[in-house]
Design a protein around this ligand. Structure first.
Ligand code: ADP
Length: 489
């Protein structure tokens, strides 16, 4: 049974254990102990003491960076191991999980490098005799709550900037994918991070996660996951008057104009929806194709989709692995059934894959549906699976209205050779990230945020560190001018 990591100590958690399974054949990876409510309290009390009383908050930026660089080097040393572990946990193909570990390494190095140049501010001197300046201070104990789809990248993306800001972090990974989080704990321990600044509390969101975020000493909730859980956490934060960063769901539109380079756009569109088997908040799940190229583009898209290599996630050339669980596969399949009931035509896929190796796991065929409008339920709700709905458009204003007709606003893709049109569209689309002639490209230096119900706050970039800090403004009187009431006798 896997132990959990509380304030520098490994122990069996007092909660109900859970199991991690390999989605490709449902074999058991590990049994993991889970935190009890006492464990939650112990970790948070230790975290509070660690950020308040250890030297961490006042440690020189270069010394903090030294530890973070050690973390990056350890991530790099263990790259293949971590990628394989994540593949075992959530079934993502090894080529993708290697990319996610690379992203975690790059994030850590970037934030460590920023540390030396994160300045406090000497503010504009508006009162002649008073010097004003503003310092950035840690918030305190940060709850980092993460989902199962890209744990290594999304966990590092929260832990590293929070630690860089002088805070302590309690990580609550998703129940299905806790193994990476526990491995990260060994890495922070080996890198010499002072005890208490980082703990990993595994267990159910509704029990362990809930107890963490409601704990009075937790000062910020940094969450990635579903919009419904995010909304609930926003209520918890509102009650406590603490800040949040919420990276939530999406239903991102991809738009292909008549002048797009068809070969490149077809590849981009299928990568945008079918990589990670569609289990990505940024998946480009609504496709709008210009009427004049609709048939030609759709034919090319179907042909290419049928060639996607679906199979063993541990094989280097696999492009699409299984879905994370049987329960999730059934949800995806229910959405496809619903689409048919709404009048949709399934032009490829639409079924679970069967046959020797597929029978052991939760594999679903990459699926394209036509014949629906943007109002269909399947176009409005996040499926988190390999299901694309294709729709024709002719009028640009109507297109923009339809693309924006969604409660979500996470990302959008635009395919055209006309850069003026692309930039005009980029301005008009309601989304935090816009990709032009590419999709799912990321940079740690570039802020990531959701508009509308896709999220609150931003991650990444230098400013991402300051999101884990609060300002303190100091007014220093330089002469002996009295305050007005000194005159009163
Ligand atoms: P998903 O559908 O991706 O599992 P969730 O939003 O349910 O999305 O879960 C994302 C993370 O949030 C997981 O780590 C989960 O355990 C956690 N979680 C779920 N419910 C709560 C809650 N009430 N309080 C805190 N964390 C929660």
């Amino acid at each position: 049974m896997k132990k959990i990591f509380i304030a520098g100590k490994w122990k069996l958690g007092g909660g109900k254990p859970s199991k991690s399974y390999y989605p490709a054949d449902h074999s058991e990876n590990a049994e993991i102990s889970s935190a009890s409510l006492d464990d939650v309290d112990e970790a948070i009390l230790a975290a509070d003491a660690a950020w308040r009383h250890s030297d961490w908050r006042d440690t020189l930026p270069s010394e903090k960076a030294t530890i973070l660089f050690k973390v990056a080097n350890l991530l790099e040393d263990k790259k293949t191991f971590l990628a394989k572990l994540q593949t075992r946990d959530n079934g993502k193909p090894i080529s993708e999980t290697m990319g996610l570990v690379n992203s975690a390494i790059a994030t850590t190095r970037y934030i460590a490098s920023c540390l030396e140049t994160l300045d406090n501010e000497l503010t504009n001197q508006r009162i002649k005799s008073v010097l004003t300046f503003t310092t950035y201070e840690p918030l305190g104990v940060i709850a980092a709550i993460t989902p199962w789809n890209s744990p290594v990248a999304s966990e590092i993306q929260k832990i590293i900037p929070a630690l860089a800001g002088g805070n302590a972090v309690i990580l609550k990974p998703a129940e299905a994918t806790s193994l990476i989080a526990l491995e990260l704990a060994t890495i922070f321990e080996e890198a010499g991070l002072p005890a208490g600044l980082f703990s990993v509390l595994t267990g159910k969101g509704s029990v362990v996660g809930e107890a963490i975020v409601k704990h009075p000493l937790v000062q910020k909730i940094s969450f990635t996951g579903s919009t419904s859980t995010g909304r609930h956490l926003a209520h918890v934060a509102a009650e406590k008057l603490i800040s949040t960063s919420l990276e939530l769901g999406g239903k991102s539109p991809t738009i292909v104009f008549e002048d797009a380079n068809v070969d490149i756009a077809v590849n981009g569109v299928i990568y945008g929806i079918f990589s990670s088997s569609g289990q990505a908040c940024i998946a480009g799940s609504r496709l709008f194709i210009h009427q004049s190229i609709y048939d030609k583009f759709l034919d090319a898209l179907i042909e290419k989709t049928k060639k996607i290599i679906v199979g063993d996630p541990e094989a280097p050339n696999t492009q699409m692995g299984p879905l994370v669980s049987e329960a999730h596969l059934n949800t995806v399949d229910d959405y496809v059934k619903m689409a048919k009931e709404e009048g949709g035509n399934v032009v490829t896929g639409g079924y679970r894959l069967t046959g020797e190796n597929f029978d052991k796991g939760s594999y679903y065929a990459p699926t394209i549906i036509t014949g629906l409008t943007n109002q269909a339920q399947i176009c409005q709700e996040e499926i988190f699976g390999p299901v694309l709905v294709a729709m024709p458009f002719s009028d640009e204003d109507a297109l923009v209205a339809e693309a924006n007709q969604s409660v979500y606003g996470l990302a959008a893709g635009i395919w055209t050779e006309d850069y003026r049109k692309a930039l005009d569209m980029a301005k008009r689309l309601e989304a935090g990230t816009i990709w032009i002639n590419t999709y799912k490209k990321f940079s740690i230096a570039t802020p990531f945020s959701g508009h509308k119900e896709s999220g609150v706050g931003k991650e990444k970039g230098r400013l991402g560190i300051l999101d884990y800090m609060q300002t303190k403004s100091i007014f220093l009187n330089l002469d002996e001018t009295p305050n007005p009431w000194c005159e009163v006798k």
